[in-house]
Design a protein around this ligand. Structure first.
Ligand code: G6P
Length: 367
């Protein structure tokens, strides 16, 4: 097992470090000669033009990918997107339009609820596309179309590289849909592709600076509650950051859309409560920071995660973390990395079983 960990103490840290490659390989599987080629997915341009609604259906972190992708697809391709928990999808009467596309996202390709949702969509005659990591898995076999993420085998229960690979796969779909549906110019298209291709190196850069987070995580290892907040894409990333922390460190943590804090959660803020704000979206920065400052005035300790250049954050939060600049639609791929590291380091500081957290399974094959 030590050999398999390639010098890392845990699979999770090894897999965190494999993210530049997982992202690069996944992007490389469809980006060729400055174009996205979805022929391996067997998705034609006519089909792409014909969809008038997208449903993204998944569980756990894969659902969080859907939450982030929703903003990007709607923004770029101007198609309405609904993100559904696979474990809920079957239990409501939805009038599924025949021109819909159901995208299921799954690392294992075996999650029972996701598989059941896929089967339901197929029964209703809706086109299904699986974004899946395990080749030949049930979901990969049954979906009409398959976009394989090339993250390689993931051992740690808490997903990192599969999440990152799924996210960039969804960005590729968003950009290609936008192009085929004439929502963007050729120039914008090639700019988006260039931006996407910078993600692996930028993740690498974040990983080089991980000791700062280790220090901070050790300081907060005894926290009882942590709140993650953000708006839009930042909210989607908060969901994943919060899940990473709670699943391996057993600290109660929750993610809120920042504007919802004052509708209840702020009553939980006590002196010393850690509030982590994700602040990568320029147009939402002021609103979210002001929600965070309301928490600070009630004694909260603030960590703010933003992009290089927004140094005014140092005057507002107690601890600032920066990620490289990129088109803001794609920044989720960068912002999630410090949050994964934070969860990892808190778990290690508490001496917990990072790769095999209690009560959890890598693949959930029961409903
Ligand atoms: C489990 C895993 C999560 C994963 C979820 C969905 O809960 O621990 O990391 O996000 O299942 O799994 P899937 O294989 O469908 O992506």
């Amino acid at each position: 097992e030590a050999a398999e960990k390639a010098g890392f103490e845990h699979f999770m840290m090894k897999e965190i470090h494999e993210q530049p490659k997982a992202v690069k390989d996944t992007l490389g599987s469809v980006i060729k000669d400055n174009c996205i080629d979805l022929s391996s997915v067997e998705l034609t341009e006519d089909e792409i033009r014909g969809f008038d609604q997208i449903y993204i259906v998944a569980c756990g972190s894969a659902w969080h990918v859907g939450m982030a992708a929703q903003y990007v697809i709607e923004d770029l391709a101007d198609i309405p997107v609904r993100v559904e928990l696979a474990s809920e999808f079957r239990y409501r009467r939805m009038s599924l339009n025949k021109n819909s596309l159901v995208i299921v996202i799954s690392q294992s390709g075996e999650t029972a609820d996701t598989l059941a949702a896929l089967r339901l969509a197929k029964e209703k005659g809706i086109t299904t596309l699986a974004v899946v990591n395990v080749v030949g898995s049930s979901i990969a076999r049954e979906a009409d179309k398959v976009f394989y993420t090339l993250a390689g085998p993931e051992i740690s229960v808490a997903t990192t590289k599969a999440y990152s690979a799924q996210l960039v796969a969804m960005y590729c779909l968003a950009v290609q849909f936008a192009k085929v549906r004439n929502m963007i110019t050729e120039e914008q298209y090639s700019n988006y592709l260039s931006e996407l291709l910078t993600i692996p190196d930028k993740i690498q850069k974040i990983l080089q600076d991980k000791e700062r987070l280790q220090w901070f995580a050790a300081k907060y290892a005894n926290a009882h509650d942590v709140f993650f907040v953000g708006r839009g894409i930042d909210y989607a990333i908060s969901l994943e950051g919060s899940l990473k922390l709670k699943e391996i460190s057993y600290i109660h943590s929750e993610a809120y859309a920042a504007g919802e804090l004052k509708h209840g959660t702020i009553s939980l803020i006590e002196p010393g409560t850690l509030v982590i704000g994700v602040l990568t979206q320029s147009d939402l920065y002021e609103k979210t920071i002001s929600n965070m400052l309301e928490c600070k005035s009630r004694g909260a300790y603030l960590m703010g995660l933003t992009t290089y250049g927004k140094y005014e954050i140092e005057d507002q939060v107690n601890f600032a973390v920066y990620v490289p600049k990129i088109d803001e639609r794609f920044v989720g791929s960068l912002a999630v990395i410090p949050l994964q590291l934070m969860g990892y380091y808190v778990s290690v500081a508490k001496g917990l079983d990072v790769d095999k957290p209690r009560n959890l399974a890598k693949s959930v094959t029961v409903e």
